[in-house]
Design a protein around this ligand. Structure first.
Ligand SMILES: [Zn+2]
Length: 146
C-alpha cells in the first residue's frame, strides 16, 4: 500500500468521526510490514474528553494492546497535521514518523506548526511529513466541519 492508500483509510476514519458527532479527524497506524494495526478517530464528544483526539486514542489503545510505552516500530497516518497535544503524545510514545494530509488551520486552538515542535524533539527524534492527499483531506475537513 502507498502513503495515499493509508491516508484514504484515515479519511474513512474521519468520516466515521463526523458520522458519530465528532470532529472529522482520522488516524491509521501501521507496523514495519505495512499492516494496519490500529484505526481511530476523534472521540472528544463520545468520551466527553477534550484530549480524545485520534492520535491520542490510537496511542492509548495500541500501547495497552501491546503492553508497551514505546511505539518505535509504528508509523502514523493522519488526515490533518497533528496538533501540539497529539504530537507531544507521539514523541512521548517514541513514534518515529507521522504522515499527514492537510495542514492545521490558523484558527486551531494552538496553531503551532508540527515542524516547530519536531525541531525541538531531541531525545526522541520524530519525522513529520505533510501534504499527502492534501487537497482531498482539506476538502473533506471543510465539508464535514460545516
Ligand atoms: Zn490532536
Amino acid at each position: 500500500m502507498t502513503h495515499e492508500d493509508y491516508i484514504k483509510l484515515a479519511m474513512e476514519e474521519a468520516q466515521k468521526a463526523a458520522d458519530r458527532g465528532g470532529a472529522p479527524f482520522g488516524v491509521v497506524v501501521i507496523n514495519k510490514e505495512g499492516d494496519v494495526v490500529w484505526r481511530d478517530h476523534d472521540r472528544v464528544n463520545e468520551h466527553v474528553d477534550p484530549t480524545a483526539h485520534g492520535e491520542i486514542n490510537a496511542i492509548r489503545g495500541l500501547c495497552k494492546k501491546l503492553n508497551t510505552l514505546k511505539l518505535r516500530e509504528y508509523t502514523f497516518y493522519t488526515t490533518s497535521e497533528p496538533c501540539p497535544t497529539c504530537l507531544t503524545a507521539c514523541i512521548k510514545a517514541q513514534v518515529p514518523t507521522i504522515y499527514y494530509g492537510a495542514p492545521t488551520e490558523e484558527t486551531a486552538s494552538l496553531p503551532i506548526k508540527a515542524l516547530e515542535l519536531v525541531q525541538r524533539s531531541k531525545k526522541y527524534p520524530i519525522s513529520v511529513v505533510g501534504g499527502i492527499l492534501e487537497k482531498e483531506c482539506l476538502a473533506q475537513r471543510e465539508q464535514l466541519l460545516k
